[in-house]
Design a protein around this ligand. Structure first.
Ligand code: TYD
Ligand code: MG
Length: 452
């Protein structure tokens, strides 16, 4: 008779190994291997032949479906990221680094939800601390209740009696259940606690927010696993040195993940920023060199952001390339293109790049403004503060067209820019605009147009 077959799996990335290893060669995590049964005794024969199913396939057109019922969290930005409001019975994960403002965001949502009985369960702070935060936020709400507790079993019995209409757990890593021996915050505890809420919110149709910490590598501590279990996974991020906070959705079963919410941390809690471009661009009396404005799109929102570059003679043998909020490899590539196509000798120069406001941008359209900021600093010529840029730069120095050009142009126009440099190839659908559009084909052209 065959034995029970077991194997070891990495609980982070799922890779399989024959025996326990301390370090996962696949994802690089430590201490993540767990033993699991792969085949049980007597199950060598094909299992499906022994079972008769009770359900059967259903034609998709015959399935009845009701519209998702959404309600507003009274925060335009949070509603937007949730896909247009909170869906009843959804499990939402709010992840972020410690101190970024997750508790503030959720407490604010709790306090704003009028006539909704909210239970805010905190395993991290005392009632007084939460009250102090609520006082800073300064919203009065009769229907917001606080429970400080870390035992899942006690929490569930409270919830059953209290029957809230919205639950917030701060944080999932502090909860523990007596069903499992390991300590709070371990993978099995997190999995068990989260799945309890998953079942509970589906049966009662009450939305639940889980706050989760993320590790320094940027994963939700404990695991990707939490992301799989929830309906919506949001990340709250931002540079601590700046006041801006961005709420992104990385998974949403009820809407698009392209949406983005922007907040500003103030003394009285988080303020919603409805027009981010205005704060992302510094206002100066005189134009300075090394600054270029890029018309980017984050998610579905057009944003005008400021790229700052500083090019100086390298003090040491190896020139430094440093950039905040922008990929250094991409900077190196753009520098190589500039050198090859335009003859700018930047290989002996230090290049520093900064995106004002600490916003991390993935949009390739920012390339053109990065190049222009570098050139502007290198030749010490200021660009006109009324100019902005949107274009991806290819290896041969060509300017590629970018998505949603009309939205970018409209935003630039709204903010009072008068000229925008774009790729020649993206011009087809652009009819009439209120600002001057300068089509460029190659990086050399832009150098001629602006710097000569
Ligand atoms: P917090 O919500 O506790 O962060 P997290 O739950 O993600 O760990 O808030 C973090 C910071 O926000 C804290 O350092 C203080 C600051 N803060 C303000 O600046 N203004 C405020 O009104 C509040 C409530 C917090
Ligand atoms: Mg907190």
């Amino acid at each position: 008779m065959a034995k029970i077959k077991t194997a070891w799996f990495c609980s982070n990335c799922g890779v399989q190994a024959a025996k326990w290893v301390g370090y996962c060669p696949s994802c690089g995590e430590w201490n993540t291997y767990q033993e699991e049964v792969v085949q049980r005794q007597g199950h060598e024969t094909v299992a499906y032949k022994q079972k008769r199913p009770e359900n059967k396939p259903v034609a998709i057109r015959s399935i009845a479906h009701e519209e998702d019922i959404r309600f507003s969290t009274y925060s335009v930005e949070l509603d937007r990221v949730l896909g247009g409001g909170l869906v009843l019975g959804s499990l939402v994960l709010v992840g972020g680094e410690p101190g970024i403002g997750k508790s503030t965001l959720m407490l604010q949502a709790a306090l704003r939800s009028e006539n909704v009985k909210v239970l805010y369960i905190s395993g991290e702070e005392s009632e007084e601390q939460i009250k102090m935060r609520a006082d800073r936020i300064g919203i009065q709400n009769e229907d917001c209740f606080i429970l400080t507790e870390t035992s899942l079993d006690i929490i569930m019995s409270h919830i059953d009696v209290f029957s809230p209409q919205m639950v917030i757990i701060d944080s999932i890593q502090t909860l523990h259940t007596s069903l499992i021996d390991s300590s709070a915050g371990s993978i099995s505890q997190i999995r068990e606690c989260a799945s309890t809420f998953q079942r509970w919110c589906k049966t009662t149709n009450v939305p639940v927010f889980l706050i989760g910490h993320i590790t320094k590598e940027g994963a939700i501590a404990g695991p990707k696993l939490l992301e799989h279990m929830v309906d919506v996974a949001l990340y709250f991020e931002g540079d601590r040195n700046y006041g801006y906070r961005i709420l992104r959705s990385i998974k949403n079963r009820f809407g698009s993940t392209n949406e983005l919410g922007i907040f500003e941390m103030q003394r009285t809690g988080l303020r919603e920023v409805h027009n981010p471009s205005e704060i992302l661009i510094s206002h100066r009396d005189e134009p300075v060199s090394g600054v270029a404005i890029s018309a980017t799109i984050e998610g579905l929102r057009p944003l005008l952001i400021e790229v700052q570059a500083l090019v100086g003679t390298a003090a040491y043998g190896t020139p430094q390339r440093s950039s905040t909020s922008f990929d250094v490899r991409r900077v190196n590539m753009l520098l190589a293109v500039l050198e090859k196509r335009c003859g700018f000798k930047l290989n002996t120069k230090d290049v520093f790049l900064n995106i004002a406001g600490g916003l991390r941008v993935d949009d390739p359209a920012i390339d053109l403004s990065v190049v222009c900021a570098i050139l502007s600093s290198s030749v010490d010529v200021a660009l006109s503060p009324k100019d902005c840029f949107a274009g991806e730069v290819g290896l041969s120095g060509e300017i590629r067209s970018v998505s949603r050009l009309e939205m970018r142009i409209a935003e630039a126009e709204k903010l009072g820019f008068s000229r925008m440099f774009v790729s020649k190839y993206g011009m087809k659908n652009i009819l009439k605009t209120g600002i001057e559009i300068v089509p460029v084909n190659k990086i050399e052209e832009i150098v001629k147009k602006i710097f000569k």
